[in-house]
Ligand binder design. Structure first.
Ligand SMILES: Cc1cc2nc3c(=O)[nH]c(=O)nc-3n(C[C@H](O)[C@H](O)[C@H](O)COP(=O)(O)O)c2cc1C
Length: 198
């Protein structure tokens, strides 16, 4: 396995795209390196609120079963319930590795908000680092992230917030980038001219 790439930061930011379907295992060493790099994100008061749970191999099947059961629990019709359960159970199998990034919920609301923001920055760093290494990755969420059964399976506290389930693989098996990323952004420039005409 070789993940070497000479991509610079701006190129990585510009060319990263979500790739949710992938194949090819990623080694523990590489995942640990991605996590170490990603967690150098800005973090007010260095609270380090994040936790990573790496779900690989057959553990993805167990995660799918747990989630499938919870997702289907409220469906009365047996056929529809089974279809929902089976469909949801397959989702963690879309990539060889699912890296669950969660954050603890601080009792102080401001700290909790800042911890959430810091963890989101960590996720983006992780995606960029993975992309720079030539790997495929996508940030996924959905109702699974608030499931108590899933949190229990992952060894998380019910008060922890799952910020991302990063699907990770050595090679993408879908074509990314069909979305228009010419983003619409409002920029208000407060420069000297704005101050003199206000
Ligand atoms: C907080 C957050 C949650 C997301 N959840 C999902 C998701 O559940 N499923 C999904 O397909 N993509 C999800 N995405 C990825 C976005 O859909 C994706 O980044 C966006 O469409 C732009 O595509 P790109 O990443 O290829 O540039 C999520 C992104 C963020 C930031």
């Amino acid at each position: 396995m070789s993940y070497e790439s000479s991509m610079d930061t701006l190129e990585a930011i510009r060319t990263r795209r979500s790739v949710g379907l992938s194949q090819g295992d990623v080694s523990r060493e590489t995942i640990a390196e991605l996590i170490e790099t990603a967690t150098l994100a800005p973090n007010h008061k260095l609270t380090q609120p994040w936790k990573f749970t790496v779900v690989k191999g057959a553990a993805r099947e167990r995660l799918g079963e747990v989630w499938g059961r919870e997702a289907a629990a409220a469906i009365a019709d047996p056929a529809k319930r089974t279809a929902m359960m089976e469909g949801e159970a397959k989702k963690p199998l879309r990539a060889p590795v699912v890296v669950v990034v969660s954050t603890r919920t601080d009792a102080n609301a401001v700290t909790a908000e800042e911890d959430f923001a810091a963890t989101a920055a960590v996720v983006q760093n992780f995606l960029l680092a993975a992309h720079a290494k030539g790997l495929s990755a996508a940030w996924k969420t959905g109702k699974i992230t608030s499931s108590p059964g899933v949190k229990h399976f992952l060894g998380l506290d019910t008060s922890d917030r799952i910020i991302a389930m990063v699907y990770l693989g050595a090679q993408g098996t879908e074509v990314p980038g069909s979305r228009d990323r010419r983003v619409r952004t409002t920029i208000t420039w407060l420069d000297e001219l704005a101050l003199t005409t206000a």
